[in-house]
Write a protein that binds this ligand. Sequence first.
Ligand code: AMP
Ligand code: MG
Length: 493
Amino acid sequence: MFPAFSLHYSRLPERFYERFNPEPVRLPQLIAFNRPLAEELGFDLAALPSREELARYFAGNAVPPGAEPVAQAYAGHQFGGFVPRLGDGRAVLLGEVVDRHGRLRDIQLKGAGRTPSSRGGDGRAPLGPVLREYLVSEAMHAMGIPTTRSLAAVTTGEPVYRETVLPGGVLTRVAASHIRIGTFEYFAARGDVEGLRLLADHVIERHYPQLAGLAGGERYLTLLAAVLERQAALVARWMGVGFIHGVMNTDNTAISGETIDYGPCAFMEAYDPRTVFSSIDQSGRYAYGNQPGIAVWNLARLAEALLPLFDADEQCAIEQATEVIERFAGRYQAEWLAVMRAKLGLAHEHEADGELIEALLQALYSGRADFTLSFRRLADCAASPSADQALLEQFRVSDAIQAWLPRWRERLAAEEQPLEAAAARMRAVNPLYIPRNHLVEQAITAAVEEDDFKPFETLQAVLARPFEEQPGYERYAQPAAPHERVVRTFCGT
Ligand code: AMP
Ligand code: MG
């Protein structure tokens, strides 16, 4: 049933992981199975077993042939403080498969029971966070943002004890790999330079094959630069859709450049760079507007971990690493400008674009306007001034946006292209449907409290086509009404 495993990570030395089998659960029940992703991974959809059988695999009650389950070792900076040993405390990597495009993909069960890294934890995941990760990761993918994917979700038939008693779930996660900045920090913290080199070479082979021909310090400095480029691109994409990761710790930063670990993540509604939802982020460290700064902070931790591979002379290594890290600001700015230009329908670059964009953001801020809907309405305005009214309705105070619109129209005119084409391009990058926090919350509540998975399924179907207007689903495009508004999100670990 499973495609053939092609094991890579578990072929690394023993100190990279701990072997362990998922702990079986009492009554596994399949609640979601991602057929398009399964197809892409090489599952034979025509020969799938029963739902009961699928549930057993995705709960970890049955281990597919060829898999060699391991819990991966990693460390990490959490909220700025270093923890030398984290590791998979509730996740198990079954192994890798080669997908239909020839790419290696990890298949991991999250919530699969206690591992040697569980410390005080129970190794389990409540159903709510499983559904949240499923919904949001798949929505990110549909918006074209690099991310881990969700292949399946099951309920376990077992309670999970948190502040209250909750139903348990297991998520099957698919990733280019689960190697994190924290994986490098794990070896660096142990002074294990050989391990560091093996890991870096594994990462180059897997994610950055274009570096294969490089040798010596240059090889690893270029790796740092390549990881930096992907992080800059990724965070710029997040900023473009109002995504707030919520726990940008180094152990939640994938080296592949995919978004990973959807915990207290959320989407900003009214534009405000200080927006924070996570209950554990009291200082706003991971606020929307801080994300680029945190990304480079995390990359600096990666650079520190890699120092011994750059140069035998530490001072030299630091100088070279610093030079690479300093590229982030320029790189991020370029990526962000590209994202924002596209959102505004601008195909060409003009020097004053940065200012134009900042002025729009200022107008969104002063008008308390919904970030997502404002850009979507703006697409309509590109095609016709008669759409302005619908845009202005997003704003509580509209002076700034009214002053801004003619500036933008003048800039659009300089593109010398049909306005309809600009509008169509804008609609292809400005989502109408995002996983709004209250919708996600409603879907989770119905599933957890009433065993009703219909809202989860409907929301998932709507979010699979974020850029297409879906008649009858207007409410899914709307910001939360005051009584629906979610102000806090939780990790749920
Ligand atoms: P997270 O907040 O999910 O990124 O997890 C941070 C660390 O805590 C990782 O090492 C996890 O494996 C571990 N962890 C989170 N939840 C649990 C749990 N329920 N049981 C054991 N370990 C956990
Ligand atoms: Mg994590």
